[in-house]
Design a protein around this ligand. Structure first.
Ligand SMILES: O=P(O)(O)O[C@H]1O[C@H](CO)[C@@H](O)[C@H]1O
Ligand SMILES: O=c1cc[nH]c(=O)[nH]1
Length: 238
């Protein structure tokens, strides 16, 4: 047991899909995994382990924002030996040619979170970067399915509201979309010599105001989930 996860040693697979929403974790477990057992209910941050195409995979909610996901990544990697995490999240698009329901694979995550400035000191702008092998595997899975994914830099924002004024400049510099966790995921995974990737579905468009419903965010976006599950298979138990 760790502070925020009431699982026993061995209850969690070495490969974890990590959506922000614990009900999205439940949806993935119920719809994609077999022989599922629940390993966490602390704070209703549901976590499940099952099998996918015969390989043992876990799925758990991370909560919203850098502080919440950081707690879970640290405990999963440091106390349960997790070696691969793929965040399957939602984001707001800030490029005109990125559409609602498009899938984005994050290569890197810029951020306004102060977490890395506290870690490295204010003279250093560390570049949180996803794992290349997982990225390539996900990209190939998407292409195999005929899904026209976008790959690139995303922005991990500390604020959901009141932080829109930088979006135009971020878009000018090639940032595809805004979410709230990946800079922490990529940074902490490196500390534990583990693999991390983020795959996002565009839930809303910040320029046009088009948006999906909260139910759709909980229970659909299957393309992203299937890409993530198939992409992690070569790394399970490695
Ligand atoms: O849908 P999830 O994975 O939670 O991701 C996005 O949605 C939340 C904001 O609504 C933030 O956590 C953001 O990163
Ligand atoms: O973090 C997020 C997620 C979806 N849409 C946003 O604007 N921000």
């Amino acid at each position: 047991m760790s502070v925020h996860i009431n699982a026993k040693a061995g209850d969690i697979a070495d490969t974890v899909l990590l959506p922000g929403d614990p009900l999205r974790a439940k949806f993935i477990a119920e719809n994609f995994l077999e022989d599922v057992t629940q390993f966490n209910d602390v704070r209703n941050m549901f976590g499940f382990t099952g099998t996918y195409k015969g390989k043992r995979i876990s799925v758990m909610g991370s909560g919203m924002g850098v502080p919440s996901i950081s707690i879970y990544i640290n405990e999963l990697m440091n106390e349960y030996g997790v070696k691969n995490i793929v965040r399957v999240g939602t984001c707001g698009a800030i490029q005109k040619d990125v559409k609602v329901r498009d899938v984005i694979i994050a290569q890197s995550a810029s951020t306004d979170s102060s977490q890395n400035r506290k870690l490295f000191g204010s003279e250093i702008d560390y570049a949180p970067t996803s794992d290349f092998d997982l990225l390539l595997s996900s990209y190939n899975e998407a292409k195999r399915r005929g899904i026209d994914v976008r790959v690139g830099n995303i922005f991990t924002a500390d604020s959901f509201y009141d932080a829109k004024e930088n979006n135009a400049q971020l878009a000018d510099y090639g940032v595809l979309a805004v979410e709230m966790e990946s800079s922490a995921l990529f940074t902490i995974a490196k500390k534990y010599d583990a693999r991390a990737l983020t795959i996002l579905t565009v839930s809303d468009h910040i320029l046009t105001g088009e948006a999906t419903s909260s139910e759709e965010r909980q229970t659909t976006f299957n393309e992203m989930m299937e890409i993530a599950l198939d992409a992690v298979l070569p790394f399970v138990g490695e």
